[in-house]
Design a protein around this ligand. Structure first.
Ligand code: ADP
Ligand code: MG
Length: 211
């Protein structure tokens, strides 16, 4: 995928989307080569991949429900060397997601689904990553909340220049968000191109957009 762009990874349930993100993070054994900024990263330990600047928002979000919003954000920064900037970046996250600031001392488990997803995204961004991997960020959220979240992701992509690889079953929303997209079936890329091209593709429309 292109640096600093948003790429959507689309595919039916069971196509291998989650596994693709896990493979990039070194969480499953893989064959072949995975390159990040030109360098092979396959076979590295997950913690080393994190240090290279790849942050993962897993499906199910992976927030610590018994910790507060603020404690979750602080944990997100654990692998960073530039500790001095952590407080500044936390304020930045609160500026993107004002509702998290209002709930900074609340336990994450008491937040709404949308707020928890926003927390999961900000926690991953606290790593100051070069690449953000998002696994079905729209899952279980009302369309209005998804729209709000995706608009903020667009802003963050533009302002922080962080690349995003977004796995989605919600193809229509994902193609609105993304610059480029690819479709996978049984673990293989079957289609890829600009989001605009894929929106017009007959097979994509029939199988994933429903019109
Ligand atoms: N490239 C692959 N090679 C072998 N098995 C795979 C591959 N990708 C996915 N799988 C298997 O397929 C199943 C569904 O994969 P998953 O990544 O959860 O799909 P999705 O997130 O698209 O719903 C899992 O059991 C996974 O282990
Ligand atoms: Mg999945």
């Amino acid at each position: 995928m292109e640096e600093k762009s948003i790429t959507a990874l689309l595919g039916a349930n069971g196509a291998g989307k989650t596994t693709t993100l896990r493979a990039i993070c070194g969480m499953v054994r893989t064959e072949g080569t995975i390159r990040f900024s030109g360098d092979p990263i396959q076979g590295k330990r997950t913690e080393d991949i994190v240090r290279l600047g790849i942050a993962h928002v897993p499906d199910g979000r992976g927030t610590f429900l018994h910790l507060t919003t603020e404690e979750n954000l602080r944990l997100g920064a654990y692998a960073r060397k530039d500790r001095a900037n952590v407080a500044r970046d936390m304020d930045r996250m609160y500026a993107y997601f004002p509702r998290l600031k209002e709930r900074s001392h609340q336990q994450a488990g008491t937040l709404s689904g949308g707020e928890q997803q926003m927390l999961a995204v900000s926690r991953a961004l606290m790593l100051a990553p070069k690449l953000l991997l998002l696994d079905e960020p729209s899952f279980g959220l009302a369309p209005l909340v998804v729209r709000e979240l995706f608009a903020i992701l667009r802003t963050i992509n533009a302002e922080e220049r962080v690349s995003m690889l977004v796995v989605e079953q919600n193809a229509a929303m994902a193609l609105e968000l993304a610059d480029n997209a690819c479709v996978i079936e049984t673990g293989r890329v079957v289609l890829s191109g600009s989001a605009a091209e894929l929106k017009k593709d007959d097979a994509v429309r029939r199988s994933y957009l429903g019109y």
